[in-house]
Structure formats: structure tokens, C-alpha cells
Write a protein that binds this ligand. Sequence first.
Ligand code: C2E
Ligand code: CA
Ligand code: CA
Ligand code: CA
Length: 264
Amino acid sequence: RAKRAGLGWAFFNALHDSRSASDLELLSALHHAGERGELLAYFQPVVHANDYSPAGCEALVRWQRSGQLISPADFIPLAERSGQIHQLGEFMLRAATREIQRGRLRRVAVNVSPLEFDQPGYVQRVSDILNESGIDPDRLVLEITESSLLDADRSRAVLRDLRALGVQLALDDFGTGYSSLSALSSLPVQHLKIDRSFVQGVGQDGETGVRSLEVVRAIVTLGRALGLNTVAEGVETPMQAALLREVGCTYLQGFHFGRPAPLA
Ligand code: C2E
Ligand code: CA
Ligand code: CA
Ligand code: CA
């Protein structure tokens, strides 16, 4: 038995080591990704729910590494641990403002990591990039997740300062964290992004479909009562789109309308 336990432990260690070794390798590659031009800004369309006309885009980062696209789910956490998330965020912000400045996009939403949001100089950096680009700040939407808002007083102040720059603010992945509701009443955000996990069930057969739609309806009602737009993300079927329009979402986003892609 001891032998087996020992073997198990060794096996676990080997797994663990190989994982951290590949993480390390990825980390060092990520370090050079920016300067090698391997980071790309992809854009996914967001449409008006009432007529499906274009409203703007969400910018989503991609890493093209020796011909392979690496998903942000695999390298954002790494970039956050290594501190490279700040450069990455700045890269995406510049990519978004550049496309607006060139008149190629009307409105772009950029994701903000909680670590960026927490950094003292963040508001100033956004302000500098806006000034350099010369765009109307109203065309930029910053998507903040709930995990950015753990320190309520500080986050309210940062959101207020960002708002004062003239940018729009969206609460991303809304409903997936437990503080959502208490935070809402006092945060200066304009958009709620209804998480894909709620949208997924909409249009399904039976109880799941009914209940999912009721959850979305409740979020939309709440948003409307607070004067907020709602964006349903992860819309994959015509049926979902029609139902989400019916319950009164303001905007829709998902593979049904377009996958994230290079702007061209
Ligand atoms: P998110 O902000 O919730 O972005 C939405 C994700 O859902 C994107 O995944 C998008 O490709 C995917 N998606 C959109 N429509 C559909 C659909 O109809 N069906 C399905 N199954 N998925 C859909 P992606 O691009 O892989 O990004 C994953 C997450 O990585 C993002 O979630 C965001 O949290 C993070 N991320 C992406 N780009 C950036 C960035 O530039 N900065 C930061 N800080 N985080 C980023
Ligand atoms: Ca987002
Ligand atoms: Ca989201
Ligand atoms: Ca999400």
C-alpha cells in the first residue's frame, strides 16, 4: 500500500511539474508575444435587439503563437499572475480606440481585468489613451467584472472617475457573483451584461427554457427600473434572439450574429 501511495505521489508530482513547466514556457513566450506582434484584437458584433442592426463590438484578445490561436481563458490568468495583464490591457485599449479613430467602428467595449482596475494609475492611463486618440470617449465601453468591485467604496470612486472621463461602463458576467444585487443600486454603470450561463437555457425545451427566460426577464426588468441597458451574451440561435428581444433586452451578442474575428 505504501508503495502504491508513493507511486501515486510521484505521479502527481510529475503531472504537477510538467504543468508548471509548460506554464513557465508559456509565460516566457507570452512575455515576447506583445513585441513579436502575436497578440491580436478580435472583435465580436453587438446588435440592437429590436431590429438586429449593428450597435458596436466587443474587443477580445487572441494570441497567435506559431500558427495556433490560444484562447484568452488559457493565458489571461497567466498574464494576471505575471503582471503582463497591464500591457495586454493597454494593447487592447489602443487597438479599440485606433479602430474608432479610423472610423471603422462606432463603439467598442474593452474588457478590464480586476488587476488593472485595482491599479492606482489606471484611470489616468485610460485618460491618456483617450486623449492621444482624440476619439469621443462615449464610444468606448469598459467592461468591469464583479470581482473588481470587492472593495465597494474604492470601486465606486474608480467607476466615478472613469465615468467622469466620459466613457461608458458595463457590468460584465452579471449575475454570476453573489454581490451583484447589492452593488447595483450605487454603481454608476450604464449596461448590464447578462452572463451566457443564463442565456444558454433560453429556448430549450421544457422547464429549463421557461425558467431561464424568466431569470433573464427579471434581470431586464431590474435593469429597466434602474435605467440600465441590458446586453444578452452568448446568443446562438434565432429562437434565443427572438425570445430575448421579446423580453426586452437592449442589445444581443453571440455566435448567431457573429463570432469574434479580425476586423477585416
Ligand atoms: P467575456 O468577457 O465574458 O467574453 C465573452 C466570451 O464568450 C468570449 O470568449 C466570446 O468569444 C464568447 N462568446 C461570445 N458569443 C458566444 C456564443 O454565442 N457562444 C459561446 N459558446 N461563446 C460565445 P473568449 O474570447 O474566449 O474570451 C473569454 C474571456 O476571456 C472573456 O469572457 C474575458 O473574461 C476574457 N478576455 C478576453 N479578452 C480579454 C481582454 O482583452 N482583456 C481581459 N482582461 N480579458 C479578456
Ligand atoms: Ca466581456
Ligand atoms: Ca461576459
Ligand atoms: Ca463570461
